[in-house]
Write a protein of this length. Sequence first.
Length: 257
Amino acid sequence: MTDEERELSALLERVVPQLPAPVQRLDGVRERMRRRGRRRAAVGASAVAVAVVAAAGLLLPSPGGGAARPAASGQRAQAAGPGTAGARATAGRATTAAPGPTGTTLAPPPVDRVYAYGDLAGLRLTMPADWYTLKAGTLSEYAATQQLAVPTSGCDHARDDFCTPLVRRLDRGGTLLQFRLKHDAVALDEIRRTDHVVQAAPVVTACRTVGGTTELTTTLPGPQGSDVVVTLTACLAAPSAAQLTETRDVLTSADLA
């Protein structure tokens, strides 16, 4: 190489820098990839930290204990009182109130029924439908405000001509009725003059024995030409004015067909 060629080569080396060796270039590429990976990892770690903080805020203990949970809108409206945020949250939402009671439902009063006793000269009378009735002998019938049962001795020969076929003593305010057929020609004229009057009578021993304190009686004459008399007797235990009136009404309703 001549001197001129050597000077030209040196000049070109100073003007144009030499490229690094292939190994150096690869090292540079690897370093850039590592730096890029570190930046991505840092960004991902920041996002995870933000999410963890947000979740921790939702799971912080509430003042009443336990984890705080977002309440449904219905729960908020139910728990909050008037003027609270929960109450305001329901504004604009239509609500339907359950209808309130319009009155008190009571059982209908018992309906009175007409009872007919063909074996007592066709006796008919009106009594409450919930009263009990009993045939305890050949000449007598019974009705009461409580349960009845035929006594072991029967009722055809009752003491004081009044039988008490009760399952138990008279309840306070209770009534026991006896309807008895007799043959009494002597008393017919007087009975017809009294015209079916219901009157107080002395309380007989049989009535007092079952707790009776008041006795009412009335007598109905049989058909013309007969000596039949039907006597109705009521034994009452400490009746109220209303109970006394009810019993009088039953006795007054009696007639013979």
